[in-house]
Design a protein around this ligand. Structure first.
Ligand code: BYC
Ligand code: FE
Ligand code: FE
Length: 472
């Protein structure tokens, strides 16, 4: 299915064949653009940015790169290719033909899942609104804007589903997506992490590593959905998500590399003296973003998650590759549980433990990234390592909320934990220090002092390529 760029809204869903839907989305479009101007990247709206745009939804060669002004980006609706004769892959309806329309009895639940997913996309753009002013290089500036326009497109993906399949409630939900605001006490975004600030580039890289990775795991579970339009939307979104996590992983990798190089050169871990970010600070930011992102998986034991699964709406990570009955009625799953001041794995009904299972898959994936950062350190002769904190550290959602657990998994009292808080989480002084480094670098190919250059450019271009043309 080719993408139609002739339409006002590029799409591969034959929008032109459904005039009512097309008109409804064309009516939403100016509101989206107004939101983008108000809450999207501050400034740079006339700069030409070297962005990739989807030209085809196949696994290979979907992207086309060119210099575009962000408001001219062709936000559109792209679903992955349909799978012939696709069946509901799990739950009570396993084996029945996948649904092309919303099953009536699951309408409210499905809408809620789509709204929760959709809400995160504009939220992240809002959180990243001010970062353009302090980009450490033109290369990084481009990556920020690429992430921003694609999160905008992810909003389009969910809004399409709401408009196409949920009637008037869907249209109302689509409008509400543009009314909530990250961090606004009166009309906040839905999930916790999306109301936090992303005030500096260290936070941005941590966010794209840890929080966009929650996106990967949630999208992968929704990509298994028996509701086929949702599955196909999420499958295509996942192809875009890979770049967001790349930005985070390589961003932190470059910060770590710079710290390691300066430590080697000067024989001290205190690289703040040389205007870089010390590994202790990196570790505190990591602790924060990891713990906040773990909360996004919901409670360890969740009857919501059980019913999403049984109803065939939200599956497990790589459901099709798992070797079991895909119904889980008799299965159990080990769940890390606090008993007194000790952690133990208790077996729980697998259906209720699906959030925890997805969180386990996520943690293993995060660990692989941390291992690669530690390799950067090891290769430069640095013994210190970065570590993921214990899963119970600093949690606000689930069984560990309200517990005082150290990053190495010791259960402490309230007072002791608070006394050590600034050793474990970014302090006011850390934020001020990192903030003080955030001076923009606008010369193509040059990097801020606190970050190493990337190993290579984007789309095979050299590092000093004009990824963002500022003077237009
Ligand atoms: N904050 O039964 P539970 C992305 C609520 S990121 C606030 O465990 P459930 C992206 C919960 O709503 C991916 N509230 O919940 C990344 C429930 O409320 P009620 C986003 C929370 O439903 C970067 C109650 O607590 N996609 O794409 O099993 C940049 C009990 O919890 C939170 C999705 O999340 C929280 N963190 O699980 C851009 C997928 N956690 O019923 C984009 C869709 C829980 O008592 N969402 N609660 O009123 C879901 O699958 C589920 O809603 C959740 C929660 C996994 C989030
Ligand atoms: Fe997204
Ligand atoms: Fe993302």
């Amino acid at each position: 299915m080719a993408i139609d760029y002739q339409d006002r809204i590029p799409n591969n869903v034959d929008l032109a064949g459904d005039r009512r839907l097309q008109r409804a989305l064309e009516a939403w479009q100016p509101n989206f653009l107004a939101w983008w101007r108000e809450m999207g990247p501050l400034g740079y709206q006339n700069a030409e940015v070297y962005l990739r745009t989807a030209i085809n939804v196949g696994a290979k060669g979907w992207a086309n790169f060119s210099h575009v002004r962000m408001p001219d980006y062709r936000w559109g609706i792209f679903l992955a290719e349909p799978e012939p004769d696709r069946r509901v892959p799990f739950g009570e309806h396993r084996g029945e033909p996948a649904w092309q329309e919303v099953p009536g009895e699951h309408r409210a639940t499905l809408r809620r899942l789509i709204v929760t997913q959709g809400d995160t996309e504009p939220a992240s753009v809002e959180q990243q609104r001010y970062l353009g002013a302090t980009a450490p290089s033109i290369y990084d500036l481009r990556n920020l804007f690429q992430v921003n326009v694609e999160e905008g497109r992810h909003l389009w993906a969910m809004v399409y589903l709401l408009h196409a399949h949920f009637g008037r409630d869907g249209r109302e939900e689509a409008d509400a997506m543009l009314l909530r605001r990250s961090g606004d006490p009166d009309r906040p975004r839905i999930l916790g992490a999306f109301n936090e600030k992303t005030p500096d580039w260290l936070s941005f890289f941590m966010f794209t590593f840890f929080t966009d990775r929650d996106g990967k795991y949630q999208l992968a579970s929704l990509a298994e959905s028996g509701f086929d339009p949702l599955a196909r939307s999420c499958r295509f979104m996942l192809t875009e998500e890979a770049h967001h996590m790349f930005v985070g992983e390589t961003g932190i990798g470059r910060v770590v590399q710079r710290a390691a190089e300066l430590t080697r050169r000067h024989g001290t871990e205190d690289v703040r003296r040389f205007g870089a970010i010390d590994l202790a600070t990196v570790q505190r930011y990591l602790n924060f973003h990891f713990s906040v992102s773990l909360d996004l998986f919901g409670a360890e034991l969740s009857s919501n998650a059980a019913s999403y699964f049984s109803a065939g709406l939200k599956g497990r990570y790589e459901e099709a590759k798992l070797k079991d009955d895909h119904c889980l009625l008799d299965a159990s799953y080990p769940v890390c549980t606090l008993e007194g001041d000790r952690f133990r794995e208790l077996r729980q009904p697998a259906l209720n433990a699906l959030n925890e299972r997805l969180r386990d898959d996520y943690i293993a994936d995060c660990q692989r990234g941390v291992d690669r950062w530690n390799k950067v350190l090891r290769e430069r002769g640095i013994a210190r390592e970065l570590r993921l904190p214990h899963r119970a550290f600093n949690r606000k959602i689930g069984a560990f909320a309200g517990q005082f657990v150290s990053p190495d998994g010791r259960v402490l009292g309230d007072a002791e934990w608070r006394g050590r808080r600034d050793d474990w989480l970014p302090s006011v002084a850390d934020a001020a220090y990192v903030g003080s480094l955030m001076q923009p670098v606008r010369e193509a190919g040059k990097m801020a002092n606190w970050i190493a250059p990337p190993a290579r450019g984007i789309d095979g271009k050299p590092l000093d390529f004009d990824y963002v043309r500022l003077d237009v």
